[in-house]
Ligand binder design. Structure first.
Ligand code: F6R
Length: 247
């Protein structure tokens, strides 16, 4: 494993969530008004629940940071129950008291997704993200940077692959409702974060986590670029880390 990657293997999802929340809180403590990157999806939900507990118990203060989310479906109304804006408000931001003007998420209702993406890129890069939370797709995507023959650099308007559409379908009433496009931070934008905090849970992620951390660095596995980042913390549960632990 690349020496720039620190791997924590936890027994189960609950422990993974607690560990990730503690690592994140330690980073926020060094600069409570800093910029931090957030992800949606199932994996960080437990971590967000832990963060809310820490905030309520007075063990951490997440209310002063500035948040930048990785991605948003396009098009989608921000108040749609499957928008990432809605997700973040309900799973974390409202409960930690994060003011609305500190919540940055690409706008799913922007007039022009390309202009929105370009403006968001400038904002995210200019903010110097201290720690970026990431999940990993079954196909190795980070944000919505899907497998491709090149690493997408800047934030952009992207088409989702069938594998991602299928995996997102669990959240929608009907498969036809699943968005086909998104605005996502690009790989370059993600790589500019000072520290990356990658979470992976469950056996289904085990093969792709191995590919990402120990396999060839290739845009066919977008997360493999993280091997080139100077400071990556991976928190995985036993199931997701099973191939890593075996080597
Ligand atoms: C979410 C995101 C995606 C997810 C990935 C894993 O903002 O950008 O890359 O992190 O699809 O999703 P889950 O955690 O649902 O397995």
């Amino acid at each position: 494993m690349s020496p720039n990657i620190t791997l924590f293997i936890e027994n189960d999802y609950e422990q993974l969530s607690r560990k990730a929340a503690r690592i994140f809180a330690d980073s926020v403590r060094t600069n409570p008004v800093g910029s931090f990157g957030f992800a949606t999806g199932g994996t960080p939900e437990g971590m967000y629940t832990e963060m809310i507990k820490m905030q309520k118990a007075g063990e951490a203060d997440f209310s002063q940071l500035t948040a930048y989310n990785l991605d948003e479906y396009f098009p989608i109304e921000p108040d749609h129950h499957q928008s990432y804006e809605y997700f973040m408000a309900n799973k974390l931001f409202d409960a930690i008291g994060l003011p609305h003007d500190k919540r940055n998420i690409p706008r799913g209702d922007a007039k022009d997704p390309h202009i929105e993406a370009a403006e968001y890129d400038v904002l995210a890069i200019g903010s110097r993200i201290q720690m970026q939370i990431l999940g990993i797709g079954n196909n190795g995507h980070i944000g919505f940077n899907e497998p491709s023959d090149y690493f997408r650099g800047a934030t952009g308007h992207v088409a989702l692959t069938q594998s991602t559409i299928d995996s997102n379908a669990r959240y929608f009433d009907s498969p036809d409702d699943v968005p086909r496009h998104a605005i996502t931070m690009g790989v370059k934008t993600i790589m500019m974060a000072e520290t990356i905090l990658l979470l992976a849970s469950g056996e289904a992620k085990a093969p792709i986590l191995w590919d990402a951390l120990k396999g060839l660095i290739t845009p066919l596995v977008p997360a493999s670029i993280l091997q080139m980042h100077r400071d990556v913390i991976v928190v995985a549960d036993n199931a997701a880390a099973k191939h890593l632990a075996a080597v």
